[in-house]
Design a protein around this ligand. Sequence first.
Ligand code: NAD
Length: 320
Amino acid sequence: MKVLVTGGAGFIGSNLTDALVARGDQVRVLDNFSTGHEANLAAVAQRIELVRADLRDAAAVKAACVGVDVVFHEGAMPSVPRSVDDPATSFAVNAMGTLNVLLGAKECGVKRVVYAASSSAYGDTAVLPKREDMLQQPQSPYAADKVHGENLCRVFTRVYGLECVALRYFNVYGPRQRPDSAYAAVIPKFIDALLRGEAARIDGDGGQSRDFTFVRDVVEANLLAAVAPKAPGQVMNIGAGGRIDLLTLLREIAAATGVPARANHGPDRAGDVRDSQADISLAQRILGYNPNTPLSTGLKATVDWFLAQRAPVENERKSS
Ligand SMILES: NC(=O)c1ccc[n+]([C@@H]2O[C@H](COP(=O)([O-])OP(=O)(O)OC[C@H]3O[C@@H](n4cnc5c(N)ncnc54)[C@H](O)[C@@H]3O)[C@@H](O)[C@H]2O)c1
């Protein structure tokens, strides 16, 4: 199969690219490297086609769709706080960029588009777990733009017959998720802090909970969504199906790193939701999705990646 992965140099996109290359697909990656990194593609660089382009450039996106069977649309400006600071860029990349992908795919005769949607669509409702038939209640520009993208996916399936599948990811974590941006996710930030011997910074009291999903399970969901006969037109939750609060998470990370947990509490973050947990029964039924990575296993793989990143730096320090 010939596939296009937008955002393929990013955390999730590069893990997906690895899996697609490993199973023998012809993979084209489109990325502008704004938050993605070439190092993420180093292992497959000789076996993929790399297009340096921006999702906001409709012509470049369309050109990248030529000859493609399936598009995995992972590219985005994936940050709630950054979208609060800069809603115009969030809209241009996340909403318009998705329209560009769908138009390009339609015009090039792509068979299916699998879209990275977000659990932020549910907002701060008290009802748990989140089910797909609940109201969309985005609380940030990012969430609104991701919802716009999934609505476009539904419409393109219905109006133009382009098979689109939207997967609402719940707090994905794993190797290649970076701790060094102001908008980084909590797991890499906690791991990085503990490995540096620092206190982990917690926004708020640490009682907020999330459904943390290992990236390998998300990759598997994408591979299933690309072929499942009943998937087109659907919006489906992709989580682990449980939830864990940040204080417990920090203790788990302390166990995985072997470093005692220390926390430093700050104020709540603008636009954040309190609790999140996925009902994954729809994806189980339609995709045969079966997330089976225990948190301890996923955290260990993530910590191992961090240690491997640090090893060359440590060795250099010791030898100088
Ligand atoms: N990580 C999560 O927990 C999570 C949760 C819900 C949804 N998502 C969605 O999953 C997708 C992947 O997220 P990620 O965590 O891997 O983030 P990431 O930042 O690692 O990856 C995003 C990729 O998109 C690229 N990109 C950004 N703007 C671009 C542009 N204008 N043109 C071309 N490429 C551009 C970046 O360079 C990067 O490689 C995103 O669509 C995000 O909204 C992620």
